[in-house]
Design a protein. Structure first.
Ligand code: PGA
Ligand code: ZN
Length: 414
């Protein structure tokens, strides 16, 4: 049973406060910390900030910490293994659609810490607790090696340029391929754009002074080649995060103003010229129709909804109905409980979607999403560059899980 719950304000990787929760049971302990986005979707659950300008520029989370206290008085004495009941109880306590009463950051901190405390009490790894005895598959890491958009101080409109080592035999090999390519890219950028071009953005990817999408794509291709890999070994994933360069009518990128039709043609051309496996948020977050068109045109490419779906089963259901995408980006803090995030994943994968479990641009040392990706049998995990502690924490956890699974481990084949 749950004996004690403690919450505190800690720092995330952007230097802003976030919520950490500790849960003690008779037999176990669980600790979880909540991530935070920069290019957040309008329909995400509410991240509660104090707004008190005298602390952390208003970004304090003491109210959310206090709300964990309120939640805690209800949960003390409950069986920590009752994840769904606990999550639903918190939804009830909150009583709003977007968790604005207690804050999704308060609720999620508890939800994840409950799962970890339960796994610890039962003495099983978190991935097996969440996914069952048949959790054996390791996701393809989609490594964000070059940053633009809101995550970097350059002129690239597209937010993320990711490498996907699909040709690896194991997760461990995939990480090696990714790290080698990351370093080859850093070296190439420094040679061609000067020393400062290897400075990094929010997710550890390089943030060179570039303006054009194709410039970034060409740099990636050169890096993959220099690292000794081919187009079969390593694919490319993009996250346009297009809401960020949409002006209400058109899209501003690469020094041009594009209509949705022109942007569609732009993506098709990119897919024809580069080994692109996935494109996330190619259009703004309400544009189900433009998504649908592109998904129809590029049926061999995974079109992923992030801001479009915000890990929300209702929005995902709408997307399934109109064929707006064939991939789901799953971010636990967009929805606010582990149970609802798992519901979102189930809904999407039952309808043939690829599943990408994802971090946020501000992260902590918490590794819950690594275990969640294995538990859900996710196709990919997106958790930044193969560098920076808050990013490598997740990749390193997956290395441990693969080791623990031993011969039973299987690297996802896409
Ligand atoms: P965010 O970016 O965490 O800043 O929202 C990640 C993403 O868009 O996938
Ligand atoms: Zn995204």
């Amino acid at each position: 049973a749950i004996r004690k719950i403690i919450a505190r304000e800690i720092l995330d990787s952007r230097g802003n406060p976030t919520v950490e929760v500790d849960i003690f049971t008779d037999k176990g302990f669980g600790r979880a910390a909540v991530p935070s986005g920069a290019s957040t979707g309008t329909h995400e659950a509410l991240e509660m900030r104090d707004g008190d300008k005298s602390r952390f520029m208003g970004k304090g989370v003491l109210k959310a910490v206090e709300n964990v206290g309120k939640i805690s008085s209800t949960l003390i004495g409950m069986d920590v293994r009752k994840q769904r009941e606990i999550d639903m109880l918190m939804l009830e306590m909150d009583g709003t659609d977007n968790k604005s009463n207690l804050g999704a950051n308060a609720i999620l901190g508890v939800s994840m810490a409950v799962a970890k405390a339960a796994a610890d009490s039962l003495n099983v790894p978190l991935y097996r607790y969440l996914g069952g005895s048949n959790s054996f598959s390791l996701p393809v890491p989609t490594l964000n090696v070059l940053n633009g958009g809101k995550h970097a101080g350059n002129d690239l409109a597209i937010q993320e340029f990711m490498i996907q080592p699909v040709g690896a035999e194991t997760f461990k090999e995939a990480i090696q391929m990714g790290a080698e390519t990351y370093h080859a890219l850093g070296k190439y950028l420094q040679e061609s754009y000067g020393a400062s071009s290897a400075n990094v953005g929010f997710e550890g990817g390089y943030a060179p002074k570039m303006e054009k999408t194709t410039e970034a794509m060409d740099a990636l291709m050169i890096a993959i080649d220099r690292a000794g890999y081919s187009e079969e070994d390593i694919k490319i994933g993009l996250d346009a995060a297009a809401s960020e360069f949409f002006d209400g009518e058109n899209y501003k990128l690469d020094g041009e103003v594009m209509t949705p039709e022109e942007l569609t043609a732009f993506y098709i051309e990119l897919v024809n010229n580069y080994p692109i496996l996935s494109i996330e948020d190619p259009f703004h977050e309400e544009s189900f129709e433009d998504f649908e068109n592109l998904t129809g045109e590029l049926w061999e490419t995974i079109i992923v909804g992030d801001d479009l779906f915000v890990t929300n089963p209702e929005r995902i259901a709408k997307g399934i109905e109109c064929g707006a995408a064939n991939g789901l980006l799953l971010k636990v803090n967009q929805i606010g409980t582990l149970s609802e995030a798992i519901d979102a994943a189930t809904l999407a994968t039952r309808n043939g979607f690829s599943l990408f479990v994802s971090h946020r641009s501000a992260e902590t040392e918490d590794t819950t999403i690594a275990d969640l990706a294995v538990a859900l049998g996710a196709d990919m995990i997106k958790t930044g560059a193969p560098a920076r502690g808050e990013r490598t924490a997740k990749y390193n956890q997956l290395l441990r899980i693969e080791e623990e699974l031993g011969d039973a481990a299987e690297y996802v084949r896409l």
